[in-house]
Design a protein around this ligand. Sequence first.
Ligand code: GDD
Ligand code: MG
Length: 346
Amino acid sequence: MQALLLAGGLGTRLRPLTEDWPKPMAHVGNRPWLEHLILMLKNQGIDDFVLAVKHFPEKIQHHFGKGDKWRVRIRYAVERSLLGTAGAIKNAEPLLQDRFLVFNADIIQTFRLAPFIEAHDRRGAALSIALTEVDDPSQYGVVEQDADGRILRFVEKPRPEEAPSRRINAGIYMMEKTLLADIPSGREVSIEREMFPRWIESGVRVYGHAMDGYWMDMGTAKRYRQVHRDLLDGRLDLPVGGSEIQKGVKIGTDCDIHPGVLFVPPVLIGDRVSIGERSVIGPYTVIGDGCRIGSGVRLSESILWNRCSVDNNAILANCIFGHGLSIGTRYAMHEAVMSRIGVNYA
Ligand code: GDD
Ligand code: MG
């Protein structure tokens, strides 16, 4: 089975982290989400990947290459201009098999694919859309279904009072390639706003399938933080590595942690991290590979990507820092989301 990963969006709602970094490469538990996704799909039998990329594609290509390290095949469909979600699929057409899965690569999920594929086949669907339920569907694509699960209506980001249900597009599709003939080429086309309604209207067999497992669109800083809370609380199950030095505190390899550091769980620390004496780390704190934390530092509810440094006696609360940031001594920062442009420490 083949998977096409839509990874080309600008990630505007996650700026400044996405200023020069593709959103699906945002770190989740100290590893780019896209890597978690590829490994998770590989574990479910997918070994052929097409990545539809546009925003800083070289960062994705540099990290994954042809996929040899992960023992999968990865090819790239690069867009010169943003083509939208359907345009990106159309652009990848020459690389696609007769049927394939599509993933919005910014969705953090632990979906079991086998029942989804099985339902698609059983129903003789041309298109199956994985569905999940949310309290406020107005930021998503919302569906109306009949008793057999066939989708009768699809409305992208309706006003709250106009949403036909709370069942939304989870951003995972199974598609027959024949559908691609309907997508216009050479211009921006949204699968949600243009193609789904058109296919449904013209009688294409479009079905919805309720998904299991964890689901979160990490598209905003608030939801990105929530993903990490869920990971550290064990609601999201991802292989994050490290060994547990005390309950709820996981630490990677080759770290230099002063014995006088106080950890307040849950905490996740990557490889080659140093932390000085009297620092208080946690709760809900994730520190990326190669970070240097000085002494007397207080870090709580914060997420640091790789190779950040935080000097003595600084205080960080509720912060998200991209790769390679340096925070001077005695700086106090609350709620800061910051990135440094021009570094590539994936
Ligand atoms: N290659 C490429 N080209 N990828 C794109 C493009 C493009 O022009 N535009 C968006 N993408 C990718 C994004 O990188 C992301 O992984 C995915 O397509 C979805 O785009 P978002 O911009 O994140 O859309 P959304 O979150 O507002 O809404 C979508 O996801 C919801 C689920 O979270 C829609 O599919 C909704 O219907 C859905 O409910
Ligand atoms: Mg999204």
